[in-house]
Design a protein around this ligand. Sequence first.
Ligand code: AMP
Length: 282
Amino acid sequence: MIICKTKSEIQGALAKRRQAGETIAAVPTMGALHEGHLSLIDVANEISDQVVATIFVNPLQFGANEDFGTYPRTVESDLELLKARGCNFAFTPDRNDLFPADFSTKISVAGVGEDHCALSRPQFFDGVATIVTKLLMILSPDVAVFGEKDYQQLAVIKRLVRDLDIATEIVGAPTVRESDGLAMSSRNQYLSVEERNVAPALYKALTAAAEKLHSADHNWSEIRDASIEQLLGAGFSSVDYLHFVDAFSLAHIEKVDRPGRLLAAAWIGKTRLIDNVPVEAA
Ligand code: AMP
């Protein structure tokens, strides 16, 4: 695996592969890699000749009171994991190479980038959209793979690529879970042993709610209220939101008359977890 720290290094290395007629898939990450991230490398390897993973903790997507300073940084072991998984290139840029002191551009995606997670993290999707646009401009990959774990983020990225005519295909990959259902996340390591035992209740509540949506004797607002009670009863401290949305537009819906998605964010102590599940059309 070739490790590049600068834009010019990675661009030079990828240009050679492109000249040799090979296709390139990108997998952007913030590091602290787990099996969820590595599953994206597998998907990328299946659909492309060369795979480039990026590791960059993006300051733009963290709010002033969020965990930018304490976000886990484990670059050396991340590089080992990527290499073992058959990743061909790792791009580990410095903040200064990506963001000159007078950097002043923001990519903002209305509609799918509003509501849901944006309600409590107003800076988040602009930060994601801006860094992903930059990475796609730098790498010009044929394909980029993102996890459905961050479902609204995936929708934002698909929309910006379409709207800005960026010539990269965006591929979504399924959420990888622990054996008890908890979606893998770099932030799970913030959980105490007690909190870790509470955490799988989020996926349980979502799958139960998705099932109930298909039974005639429940309506969405009852299901939502009961699910929130279930989460608080299981030990979650608070529920940021639990929304039933159209799987493509992310607009709120109440009936299973089209492909839908349940999206949720909830706090256990100081840790905010997100998850989502599909709701098939009836
Ligand atoms: P992050 O490092 O959290 O920014 O995530 C980098 C990429 O990995 C994003 O596309 C995430 O959606 C994806 N990802 C994170 N956790 C998982 C998971 N449990 N399963 C699948 N993909 C994931």
